[in-house]
Design a protein around this ligand. Structure first.
Ligand code: ATP
Ligand code: MG
Length: 333
């Protein structure tokens, strides 16, 4: 039997370059080798968007377009809508008994996200405990491998702890998953912030039209210590060069630009223009495939329905084993 991959995204907006280098790239690369399930995590998206649930429907569609656009093949990868797999909620509730409040409170990613979100009425229990529901997502699919960005490492660790606890207490039915980091574990935002993130508005989206990409690139943060194009500049930690390193296939051009930047013989505008060209070369074929599917919504819906049905069947089978292991598979006949 093939090993499984489970990973996913919150349908809080279309996907961006950070998703690509953090996770999508690995999913595409491994989809032949692994039985792949990709969760469109709408329940998790609600944890900080519960006041605007109406935004989810369109974003489930957008995220699926992005999957298809980057080359995930629905014959190999199943796209599963989380809320259509109620077994996930059941497993989440069982897992809640295996995690302490203190452990949840120590999760560094959740801590950071709570700070950013500035919940005015206090932190919702749903948001604070989402690592538990994410552990259910991963383990119900018996995933061996989880391709994710660096921010997700504490979540995988939490899932592993839960699996060890469950298997020791009840029976060995769950698999301890491994994280797989992308080629860039954490892509910075266009604002120079530590992480490109939908919630921070510092993104270049995979489906952005050329003029939007150009605008984002031209207004990117560079070296704050450099005032004139003739000042020697810093390449390290400069997001424009980070993006060049990742997305510009012409390595010689990148080295030349770095060299000139350090000497103060090239301006930010030229460096950015070259970056725009490189990004456009990368994004154009993605944009084209995305447009194709966008104009064929029925085909996309069919792909979602099929993927979700397959995913649900796997989840149901695991839950039979889970209830059996927990000695709660009561039969009343
Ligand atoms: P949100 O702000 O809604 O949480 P997000 O941009 O963080 O959006 P998620 O749906 O939470 O996106 O993340 C999906 C996957 O993409 C995760 O594996 C995450 O680690 C990865 N990812 C997201 N942003 C980046 C980034 N800037 N660099 C690398 N990986 C990323
Ligand atoms: Mg996130």
């Amino acid at each position: 039997m093939k090993k499984r991959i489970l990973t996913g995204d919150r349908p809080t907006g279309p996907l961006h370059l950070g998703h690509y280098v953090g996770s999508l790239q690995n999913r595409v690369r491994l989809q032949d080798e692994y039985d792949t399930y990709i969760l469109i995590a709408d329940i998790q998206a609600l944890t900080d968007n519960f006041e605007h649930p109406e935004t989810l429907a369109a974003n489930v569609f957008e995220v699926t377009l992005d999957y298809l656009a980057v080359g995930l093949d629905p014959e190999k990868a199943n796209f599963v809508v989380q809320s259509r797999v109620p077994e996930l909620c059941e497993l989440t509730i069982y897992f809640m008994n295996l995690v302490t409040v203190a452990t949840l409170e120590r999760n560094p990613t959740v801590k950071e996200e709570i700070k950013q979100r500035n919940f005015v009425r206090g932190v919702p229990v749903g948001f604070w405990s989402y690592p538990i529901s994410q552990a259910a997502d991963i383990t119900i699919f018996k995933a061996d491998l989880v391709p994710v960005g660096e921010d997700q490492l504490p979540m995988i660790e939490q899932a592993r702890e839960i699996v060890r606890r469950f298997n020791r207490l009840y029976d060995k039915v769950l698999i301890e998953p491994r994280a797989m980091l992308g080629s860039v574990p954490r892509l910075p935002g266009t604002d120079g912030g530590a992480k490109m993130s939908k919630s921070l508005g510092n993104c270049i989206y995979l489906g952005d039209p050329p003029d939007a990409v150009r605008k984002r690139v031209m207004s990117m943060f560079t070296d704050p210590t450099r005032i004139h194009p003739t000042d020697p500049g810093h390449v390290e930690g400069n997001p424009v060069f980070t993006y060049h390193d990742v997305f510009n296939a012409n390595k010689q051009e990148v080295e030349e630009l770095k060299d000139r930047y350090r000497k103060g013989t090239v301006g930010d505008v030229e460096v950015k223009q070259r970056l725009y060209d490189a990004l456009d070369g990368f994004l154009a074929p993605i944009r084209e495939r995305r447009d194709h599917y966008r104009h064929n919504p029925q085909q996309v819906y069919e792909i979602i329905r099929e993927g979700t049905a397959k995913g649900r069947a796997v989840a149901q089978a695991t839950m039979e084993e889970v209830r059996e292991a927990m000695k709660i598979a009561y039969r009343f006949d």
